[in-house]
Structure formats: C-alpha cells, structure tokens
Ligand binder design. Structure first.
Ligand SMILES: C[S@@+](CC[C@H](N)C(=O)[O-])C[C@H]1O[C@@H](n2cnc3c(N)ncnc32)[C@H](O)[C@@H]1O
Length: 240
C-alpha cells in the first residue's frame, strides 16, 4: 500500500476524525485561511477571479474553508488519491463552489496556470526533503506577483528529543479528545509514510526559492502554518 492508497482507505471516515487528530484544528486551518485571504481579495479588487491551487487537497478541507471566506475563488485541487478527491467533489459541488480536481502526484508538473494562492495542508510532509524543495520551487514559480504560498503542516522537532515530545503531546491530546485505540492505530499506520522536516529549515527553503516575508504564522507542537509571498505585492495587501 502506498500513501495515496492509505488515504483512499480512510476517505469515508477522514473528515469526522479531523478535529480529534488535529487538536489545534481551528487555529491551524484558521491561520492558513487568514494568510491566504488578503491576496485573493486583492485579485478580486483588481477585477480578476482569484485562483487557488490546493496541493494534496484530500477531501477538500482547506479548499472549503477558503471558499467560505472568499466564495469568488476558483479552486484547483490536486491529489493522488481518487476516493479522497471524490469526497472533495461531493462537498464542493454540494455547496456550489467552483472548482476542478486533478488526479496527480505532487512530483508531477503542477496544473498549468498562475495562482494567487498555492496552499497545502498536511500533505507535503509525505515527500522526502528533495521532493519538498522541488515542490516549493515549482509552487513559487506558479504564483502571480504578490501571490501567497502557505503550508499548514506536520513538522519535525528540531531535535530528536523534541520530536519525541511532539509525539507524546499529540497522543495525550487526541486521547483527551476521544480518539480510541482503533483510530490511533489507523492514524499511526498512515504516519508511517510521514517524512516531516523542521519548520525553520522549511522556511529557509522557501526563502531560497525566492519567496519574501517568509514566516511561521502559527505553531502548536507538531502543527505549524508557514509560508511567504511572491515578490511585488504592495505593502497594503500583505499579511492581513
Ligand atoms: C492528511 S491528508 C490532507 C488532506 C487535506 N489537505 C486536509 O487538510 O485535510 C494528505 C493528503 O495528501 C495526499 N498525498 C500524499 N502524498 C501525495 C503525493 N505524493 N501526491 C499527491 N497527493 C499526495 C494524500 O492522498 C492525502 O489525500
């Protein structure tokens, strides 16, 4: 079984478990949406339809939250798991959100076009570090001037001891929120495919591919939201 098959197997129950398995769910996804919204509104103000590319979109959780805040956005969802994308299509179509889904691997060329926001949640940590860096380069190239890249992600601890602590804290938090032994076992099985990197290193990689105003906007143990902008964005529409 590969990573996409592992997520396809969980597609039916994926959304229901999210608030337990991502203990900081509201702040985590909420911060990503806050970072993404200003450039989308700037595109609208300039008379354009804001374009959003969601990498490893899964069931469309982050895309749906963005659409709730900027309903005019046109979403492109990429994922290698067809059943996850089928759930996304059902949700987004049911809410009348304009979108397209692209069944592809994150190592494949990105769907053509320029995007006001390239976003991702809990997906890029499945790539090895070379794959992450290559994807960051391609994501930066796909942005419109002033566009935003944001990754809401599971990150590694900067030391082995901190990484162990991140895992202990996550386990105790999800048990407190009601995850049972089966749910924990299934999550840990999927986590066997994880290759997280520390947030500091990933911010440096984003700077190296030419993004500016790179920052970690939110962090709670293993969960971090970080990103940056393509150059040439007027100060008035940067970061909130
Ligand atoms: C934890 S889910 C996150 C889904 C969604 N972004 C969210 O926040 O709920 C990870 C997703 O990344 C996808 N994924 C992982 N590695 C991938 C790859 N190399 N190419 C395409 N999709 C991938 C999986 O299929 C899965 O749908």
């Amino acid at each position: 079984m590969d990573v996409s098959q592992a997520f396809d197997a969980a597609a039916g129950s994926y959304d229901a478990a999210r608030r337990r398995l991502v203990p900081c769910f509201d702040d985590f996804y909420g911060t990503a949406v806050e970072v993404v919204a200003p450039p989308l509104r700037a595109a609208l103000a300039a008379g354009r339809t804001p374009q959003v590319l969601d990498l490893g979109a899964g069931t469309g959780l982050l895309s749906s939250l963005i659409a709730a805040v900027v309903p005019e956005a046109r979403l492109t969802l990429v994922d290698a798991a067809p059943k996850m994308l089928a759930v996304a299509t059902e949700h987004l179509t049911g809410r009348g959100v304009p979108h397209r889904v692209v069944l592809a691997d994150l190592a494949d060329p990105l769907p053509e076009g320029r995007y006001d926001a390239v976003v991702s949640a809990l997906a890029i940590h499945h790539l090895d570090d070379a794959g992450k860096r290559d994807l960051y380069r391609r994501a930066a190239e796909a942005l419109t001037p002033g566009g935003v890249f944001v990754n809401a992600e599971q990150v590694a601890g900067p030391t082995a001891a901190l990484d162990r602590r991140y895992h202990q804290v996550w386990l105790s938090q999800i048990v407190e929120r009601g995850s049972d032994a089966d749910e924990i076992a299934a999550a840990e099985q999927r986590m066997a495919y994880d290759r997280p990197a520390p947030v500091g290193e990933q911010c440096r990689w984003l700077t190296e591919v030419g993004l500016v105003d790179v920052d970690c906007f939110f962090k709670a143990w293993r969960f971090a939201v970080f990103g940056g902008h393509a150059p040439e964005l007027p100060d008035s529409v940067r970061i909130g």
